[in-house]
Design a protein around this ligand. Structure first.
Ligand code: IMP
Length: 420
């Protein structure tokens, strides 16, 4: 059996912390898409840990962590992450399994990402510049370099052919670079990766399920960044939705039991693209400050805004969410009131569905307000949270038709309540 856990907004919903809390319930935690553009932050006993590639289950031995075929791997980041976890006393190498089918991010993929973003000027995606888009382009263009290729006799030649292709592409842009500098540490990291446990992860996961093991599939980014259903073209290059777990791990849909959908009590977005409920004012600044809303990967300030119920419902539908998880409810504590969008005013009238083009200037969110709540960070059970927060959750449940199973009330792994 496999449960999926993913973000329902534009990423940064707090997936890392929730996976960390849930992973003792699973034997295996598997990442299925994205790459080091993700930054999953976990605070354990006041010490902050940020993971970019390794599933957040790594903090709970003996659970096994799998990087699935749908993930794109930067060997340099992976090596750094492993060494840093090991320095913190965490056993990684015996517990981390990497799919042979996962594609590798080459230094020239990162150069291409930067060159392409620069060329877009005002229209840039706001990419994390980790080489994600160009690597997925090579994957779908059937040119990619995979983890399994590291064992081939001609792996060096394949690498060189791809680099030369990238160099020709970069020439199309007005972009200066130093290939040697950008490759620093890359080949050492490839050797390091050769020494890791590289497996046929689809077989491993299916055998594990047959043997009765429980698997948690961990998503990265969020539904509104999905390549098909997100705010295209301001999206990432993978399927962040629950269907992506089937493709990114080689799991059949019938094995999926629960889909945990995580959302913040408000919204954030990092990078460019439409954000109808954005608060470009003092309230937005206050939420950014109280919520520590700065990117875990790039450090960029996140854009902030009110909860958007039409988009949340869209995400719940696309993913087949069975359990909602609200995070960062504590960030809105002490406000006079909170607001949420319940519909859009469009040129076609009032709509509760997700419009095709959210950047259309005719689209205006319509808001309702609700009373806020006091300090919630000490609550130890769902019963202890204030009625005003329970009512806010009730409004969301009624709108989306799904129940909330957990409410996260602070950054520490202990600050979360489960609803019976
Ligand atoms: P890329 O995936 O790095 O190319 O970035 C594409 C878009 O997705 C940009 O707007 C990024 O800011 C956003 N993005 C990528 N990864 C994350 C994430 O883990 N959290 C939030 N936003 C992300």
């Amino acid at each position: 059996m496999i449960d999926v856990l993913l973000g329902l907004q534009w990423g940064d919903e707090g997936k890392g912390k929730v996976v960390d809390v849930l992973s003792p319930r699973y034997d295996i935690v598997a990442r299925y898409q994205g790459g080091p553009n993700a930054g999953h932050t976990i605070i354990i006993d006041g010490v902050k840990q940020v993971l970019h590639l390794i599933p957040s289950g790594i903090f709970h031995a003996p659970s096994v962590c799998v990087i699935g075929n749908g993930v794109v791997i930067d060997p340099v980041t992976l090596k750094k992450e492993i060494l840093s976890l090991e320095a913190a006393g965490i056993e990684v190498r015996s517990r981390l399994l990497i799919s042979d089918r996962a594609h590798l991010i080459l230094p020239t993929h990162k150069l291409l990402d930067a060159a392409s973003e620069k060329a877009k000027g005002e229209k840039k995606i706001g990419s994390t510049l980790r080489g994600i888009g160009p690597t997925y382009m090579d994957k779908t263009g059937r040119n990619g370099f995979r983890v399994g290729d590291l064992s081939h006799r001609d792996s060096e030649e394949r690498y060189n052919v791809l680099v030369q292709k990238h160099q020709r592409l970069i020439q199309q842009y007005d972009y200066e670079y130093n290939l040697q500098e950008s490759q620093a540490g890359f080949h050492e990291a490839l050797d390091f990766l050769r020494g890791m446990k590289r497996i046929n992860s689809e077989q491993y996961l299916n055998d594990a399920m047959t043997g009765g093991k429980k698997i948690l599939a961990e998503g990265a980014q969020g539904t509104l960044l999905d390549i098909d259903f997100g705010t295209y073209p301001y999206v990432t290059s993978s399927n962040t939705t629950s269907a992506g777990a089937c493709i990114g791990l080689g799991i059949a849909p019938r094995h999926i039991r629960k889909v945990y959908g995580i959302f913040k009590a408000y919204c954030t977005r990092v990078g460019s693209g439409p954000f109808p409920t954005e608060l470009d004012n003092d309230m937005g600044e206050l939420i950014r400050k109280q919520g520590g809303e700065f990117g875990a990967t790039t450090g960029r300030p996140r854009r902030t805004g009110w909860l958007d119920l039409p988009l949340l419902k869209y995400a719940v539908t696309l993913n087949g969410v069975t359990d909602l998880i609200m995070t960062k409810a504590d960030v809105l504590s002490g406000l006079d009131e909170v607001q949420y969008a319940y519909a859009y005013k469009t040129s076609n009238g009032i709509e509760e569905t997700c419009p095709y083009d959210l950047s259309d200037s005719d689209i205006q969110p319509l808001y309702k307000s609700a009373p806020s709540w006091g300090n919630v960070s000490e609550a130890k059970s769902y019963d202890e949270i204030p009625d005003t927060l329970k009512n806010y959750i009730g409004t969301i449940e009624e709108y989306t038709g799904q129940k909330t199973s957990f409410v996260s009330l602070g950054p520490d792994r202990s600050q979360i309540v489960e609803r019976a």
